[in-house]
Design a protein around this ligand. Structure first.
Ligand SMILES: Cc1cc2nc3c(=O)[nH]c(=O)nc-3n(C[C@H](O)[C@H](O)[C@H](O)COP(=O)(O)OP(=O)(O)OC[C@H]3O[C@@H](n4cnc5c(N)ncnc54)[C@H](O)[C@@H]3O)c2cc1C
Length: 246
């Protein structure tokens, strides 16, 4: 059995390395020093297909396997792309789009994945709360069904990309007494009534990534924006973090 990289994977890694070195890295220092997310860098990442690597081509992705995705990350880091944009890419691709792709129905996949995979839209994921970090199952943001909508109330913190995101995968509980089994996932667009974000945090590292709080004040989420099944959100969050943290 052959455990090495394929020629195609190595060629891909070298291509990404050279592209990043020439096109992206010259823009990184300024973005980092100014603590500013660069839409120019984002566009370049999108043009190279790097914002939708693991998704099938029919959804605007590159259909890359997990090793190729890791090699892309290695090549970008080796070339010198700043950690802020790397974090933005990771949160967008693995915390948001991948969760939408894995657990979304066909309509949701078609609606969101191509826009996210191209970089036209930016995604984020809201799990952490002021009182629920490592112990994510104790989150307090609630979702209550009202007619054909879910009404979300609560807040999230440390959400990567939140100030610039078009869409957020949000975890909220439909029944606190069920603990993790009450947690459900919702697709919330930035223009939904009752959704807002805070001022970007000042950070010591990953400076060009934008991070903020997210607020839900009677935020109205249509029934068709429930992601997967009610009560399965905690499992989705676990799967998502396995990918993102690896
Ligand atoms: C730059 C950045 C970006 C982030 N982006 C996102 C994002 O996009 N979406 C999102 O949802 N969240 C995001 N987070 C939040 C991140 O997931 C949380 O910071 C993390 O889950 C830890 O939670 P906490 O900060 O509340 O720390 P805490 O849970 O309060 O932990 C503080 C310390 O105590 C330790 N600790 C906790 N519990 C125990 C225990 N039982 N026993 C022993 N030690 C313990 C921890 O290891 C840690 O060292 C981001 C955070 C940062 C810093």
């Amino acid at each position: 059995m052959e455990f090495g990289f394929t020629e195609e994977q190595l060629l891909f890694r070298d291509t990404i390395y050279k592209y990043a070195k020439n096109e992206i890295v010259p823009l990184c220092e300024e973005a980092d020093l100014k603590s500013e997310f660069s839409f120019e860098i984002w566009k370049k990442l999108g043009q190279m297909g790097l914002l939708g690597l693991p998704f099938p081509e029919e959804y605007g992705g590159q259909g890359a396997d997990v090793v190729t995705c890791c090699l892309a990350g290695e090549a970008l880091g080796h070339a010198g792309v700043d950690s802020g944009h790397m974090l933005a890419l990771g949160a967008h691709t693995y915390l948001c789009t991948d969760t939408l792709f894995k657990h979304g129905n066909e309509e949701q996949r078609k609606k969101y994945v191509p826009k996210l995979a191209s970089g036209e839209w930016i995604g984020c994921m809201g799990l952490t709360e002021p009182g629920a970090g490592s112990d994510a199952a104790s989150l307090q943001t609630t979702a209550v069904k009202k007619d054909d909508r879910w009404i979300l109330n609560g807040s999230k913190t440390f959400i990567t990309n939140a100030p610039i995101a078009n869409v957020c995968v949000v975890y909220a509980t439909v029944d606190k007494s069920k603990k993790h089994a009450g947690i459900s996932a919702f697709i919330v667009e930035k223009d939904f009534k009752g959704f807002s974000t805070g001022k970007p945090f000042h950070k010591m590292g990953v400076r060009a990534s934008t991070t903020s709080e997210v607020f839900f004040e009677d935020c109205e989420v249509p029934e068709e924006n429930v992601l997967g099944n009610i009560g399965e959100g905690f499992m989705y969050a676990h799967q998502t973090l396995e990918w993102d943290r690896s």
